[in-house]
Design a protein around this ligand. Sequence first.
Ligand code: ATP
Ligand code: MN
Length: 251
Amino acid sequence: DRIARRQDREFSEFRKRLKNTEQFKVTGGVFDDATFAALYKLVQDGYIEAIGGPISTGKEADVFEALAPEDETVAIKVYRINASDFRQMRDYLEGDPRFENIRGDKKRVVLAWVKKEYGNLLRAKKAGVRVPDPIAVQRNVLVMEYLGDETRAAPTLDDADLGNPETAYEVVREYIRRLYDAGLVHGDLSEYNLVVDDGELVVIDVGQAVTVHHPNSEEFLRRDCRNVANFFAREGVDADGDDLYDYVVSE
Ligand code: ATP
Ligand code: MN
């Protein structure tokens, strides 16, 4: 019918508009039809108005700036369904009571993953851990608060001006403990998944975070603690992975 035809036309206009912007020349137009449709739905729903430059290009997902209504900037993380290592992703969904029945194909696993990242952001935020505010999920696209300023995205901890490393270590220690108290283990925590936004430490990339029910959650927590403690030890802090672990799990 006419409405459907008009929607088709609007969609292909949107797609053309996206495809002609600079960043798609850079990324080589990596988005498939379904991803364009998800982005378009986010535009229709009023979460984004236009896609800006790429912030990061990863193996499984790309992160872009996007313009939101009222001149706000948001960040969008776009997962690539085909490039994703979904077997490993599926392992990370194991034992999570929220995603008990996700077996099946790659697509379903990746889509569950994006919802999991959104859910984890929400749970971390409620637990008092500074993370990007989750805003929306549409299929393989996560919309979240943008960290950074007009000139650039917030740097990761390895690149940031730390200020006082002792204080920073204490903050990260508290974050890990709060996450754990809320039943979550990050699972990939290191100086590369912490950013410094306007002097504030922010935990990012919580897609793989598992609940404490996961069979490997203890091992993941030990690894997170080791990564973080080793980084801060290199910065001159008296930090040790085992001590950090004991602190996190202690009553
Ligand atoms: P990688 O494999 O590089 O770790 P990833 O797929 O795990 O990438 P993230 O770690 O979530 O994805 O994000 C990649 C990079 O994008 C981050 O290191 C950070 O620099 C930037 N980034 C992520 N989220 C945001 C955000 N909300 N605001 C600003 N920059 C962000
Ligand atoms: Mn990351």
